[in-house]
Design a protein around this ligand. Structure first.
Ligand code: SER
Length: 317
């Protein structure tokens, strides 16, 4: 990995991945791809090149790949689960037609491709606890449908054309830099912002609803480690279960209250997000990622909570 294009570089994962890659590949070029209206600013703009890279415009992306001799594409353009339920056709267009554009460019120009999948690729008929790597995947959301199709299409391009496609199934990602945009797991980010600002938090997910989660530094490591893994050791490719923790709203609330005893949470359940959350696993089995490429997260709920509160206090207060 030397010359990298990050498509969706101003999003929740992209904003941090772009800067991490720029620090870690000193002799290379990391191009921040964005769509008009979400231009990179500040250090994102100053620390490397940026280009308009609309995933639905194949010619535009092919020109960027040629201009910077791109060898690896991080395809992070996507609508998250709750927004995708409101705009299913747009979600399909970005997630599927966009992916096909990228895979075709990768096939012609010899690029490796990372496209994240998600816990959303599972559905109510998947085993709920310790969901295995290889199991039933019959999601009920447009987000999930596109994630399963992404996994299949990426594996197809690997076996049929030899395109080096790799991926992980991310759980809810928690970070203090860029907010997620319309996912079901967003509550686990919002709750920290409310706690640090001293506001009461109104939780859209019911007590007792468990989902997997991960702190962003671990997620960034997953994005990079999977692309640098020895291909001979990979039995799977698209996509690996990865997780760091599993909790429900009461458990994260209690973890925050240990540091902010005055913090108060109430419930105002959003039926759309609640139905999505209930169709997803409670916890994933990530043993294949651990054995095939050494996945091992650093943060648990307690250490993440300490770091989130410290970083957000500096940012917001
Ligand atoms: N964080 C995503 C969502 O909630 C799931 O991977 O949509």
């Amino acid at each position: 990995m030397k010359n990298v294009l990050v498509v969706g570089s101003t999003g929740q994962i992209g904003s941090e991945l772009t800067m991490t890659l720029r620090r870690q590949i000193p002799g290379g070029t990391v191009v921040a791809g964005y769509i008009p209206g979400s231009e990179p600013k500040g250090e994102w703009l100053e620390s490397g090149p940026s280009e308009i890279a609309n995933v639905c415009d194949a010619a535009q992306m092919a020109a960027i790949v040629d201009k910077y001799k791109i060898d690896t594409i991080y395809n992070l353009a996507a609508l998250l689960s709750a927004v995708a339920e409101k705009k299913p056709l747009l979600a399909w267009d970005i997630q599927m037609n966009g992916l096909l554009n990228i895979l075709e460019i990768a096939r012609e120009k010899g690029c490796a491709v990372f496209t994240p999948s998600s816990i959303g690729c599972f559905g109510p008929s998947s085993p709920k606890k310790n969901t295995p790597q290889d199991t039933i995947q019959r999601p009920k959301t447009m987000y999930g449908v596109t994630k399963v199709a992404t996994e299949l299409l990426s594996d197809y391009y690997y076996t049929k054309f030899g395109v080096d496609t790799r991926s992980v199934r991310f759980p809810g990602l928690i970070s203090n830099v860029t907010l997620p945009g319309g996912g079901t797991t967003d509550y686990a980010v919002e709750i920290y912002y409310a706690a640090v600002k001293g506001e009461e938090y109104s939780c859209p997910i019911k007590a007792g609803t468990f989902m997997d989660m991960m702190y962003m530094p671990d997620a960034l490591r997953a994005c990079i480690d999977i692309m640098e893994a020895d291909p001979d050791k990979l039995v799977h490719r698209n996509s690996f279960n990865v997780t760091a923790m599993s909790f429900d709203p009461e458990i994260i609330y209690a973890a925050i209250k240990e540091l902010r005893p005055e913090f108060k949470m109430v419930y105002n359940v959003d039926p759309v997000r609640q139905a999505i959350a209930e169709s997803w696993p409670d916890s994933l089995d990530d043993s294949c990622a651990r054995s095939e490429w050494g996945w091992n997260p650093s943060y648990d709920l307690k250490s993440m909570t300490v770091d989130m509160i410290e970083k957000l206090s500096k940012k917001l207060l």
